[in-house]
Design a protein around this ligand. Structure first.
Ligand code: ACO
Length: 333
């Protein structure tokens, strides 16, 4: 057995993609019994992006986001030896989105697989990709978080549909000789006992007895909003505090906390409890809604492109979501 030489991981590029079609709260007012004011006050969302199902989906969004990340890295698809696509709305069960994206970007024969961790899809993929490079098995990995929740939403229902949008974020990770570079701390957790708080049943028998009266169609997302709210606020705070304690960092040491965009009230509640200034925990949920696995990668890319974080900075990426799952990833960029 050959010894694995220690290495670090460089985040060589990020990219993102959203569909051009904008769905405003005013559009939802025409589709269901709701108001712009109700949605804005309860969620902070004003508009979200929605795929055209004839031409767009998680394959196209994921492909475009990773192509942009490769461009920024000055690399080609053929430079990758692994692609991980975090999504809970893959276009097909088989093949994976990742295999199709690998083919589209000329990355064959890079290994490719999808990973399901709902809203944690990007952070889980980032952590798995980073760990596989540190293991010595892979040298350059493309990670993607993407969801087209519009394909799993019942727009006759006002309680869930108002929250979600479609987006992808991607990152290119490459082996670096400096072991201090890259992810300095990561955690991934799940508690499947709470699965029925947020789920997409395909068949009647998957629906728990106490949710059988729910009018939301099979194949569409069901959510216990209050349970998710409680879970998210508490786990969000605990996950950020654990990342700070685990690294010995203070809030001042962190350039940006890049958090899954679930709901503005959830983000604000956790931010205030931890004591993080708003400029260090930016939001884009007003423009993109909750894009599930797409959200953290989309925000990370926007922050990098806006110069809010860059080489030498420490960034804490955090997500929580269906499963229930939660995860953190602390990076020295
Ligand atoms: N427009 C107008 N009224 C509405 C709407 C709507 N879109 N949706 C629900 N209502 C009504 C309800 O029917 C109810 O009316 P009633 O009092 O006459 O029965 C009233 O508003 C209050 O409904 P609640 O469900 O109690 O509203 P709540 O204040 O809990 O807000 C919300 C609902 C926004 C979904 C909240 O529970 C929440 O934010 N939960 C967290 C969900 C979340 O963020 N999920 C993200 C996905 S998971 C993740 O990313 C981790």
């Amino acid at each position: 057995m050959s010894a694995v030489s220690p290495c670090g991981v460089r985040l060589a590029g990020t990219g993102s993609a959203v569909p051009p079609r904008v769905l405003h709260n005013r559009d939802l007012e025409r589709m269901m019994d709701t108001t712009d004011e109700w949605i804005t006050q309860r969620t902070g969302i004003r508009e979200r992006r929605i795929c055209d199902p004839r031409t767009e989906g998680t394959f196209t969004l994921g492909r475009d986001a990773l192509a942009r990340a490769l461009d920024e890295a000055g690399m080609k698809g053929s430079d990758l030896d692994l692609i991980i696509c975090g999504t809970c709305t893959p276009e097909m069960a088989c093949p994976s989105n990742a295999c199709r994206i690998a083919a589209a970007l000329d990355a064959t024969p890079a290994a490719a697989f999808d990973l399901t961790a709902a809203c944690c899809g990007f952070v889980y993929s980032l952590n798995v990709g980073e760990s596989l490079i540190r293991s010595g098995r892979f040298r350059s990995v493309g990670v993607i978080g993407v969801d087209a929740m519009s394909t799993a939403i019942d727009y006759d229902d006002r309680s869930v549909s108002i929250l979600f949008g479609d987006a992808a974020g991607a990152a290119v990770l490459v082996r670096d000789d400096d072991p201090g570079k890259g992810c300095i701390y990561q955690r991934m957790h799940a508690d499947g006992r709470g699965w029925a708080s947020l789920y997409i049943p395909r068949r009647e028998q998957e629906v728990p007895a106490d949710d059988r009266e729910n009018p939301i169609r099979l194949g569409c997302l069901r959510m216990n909003g209050r349970e998710v709210f409680k879970f998210a606020v508490n786990r969000f705070r605990e996950t950020v505090e654990d990342a700070l304690a685990g690294t010995g960092l203070s809030v001042d040491d962190v350039a940006q906390f890049v958090c899954h965009q679930s709901n503005l009230r959830i983000i604000e509640a956790a931010r205030e409890r931890i004591g993080i200034p708003s400029e260090k925990m930016p939001v884009n949920i007003d423009r993109f809604g909750n894009s599930s696995a797409g959200s953290a990668g989309l925000l990370l890319d926007q922050l990098r492109k806006d110069g809010k974080c860059g080489a030498g900075d420490t960034v804490v990426v955090v997500a929580f979501g269906g499963g229930m799952t939660w995860a953190s990833s602390v990076w020295r960029l």
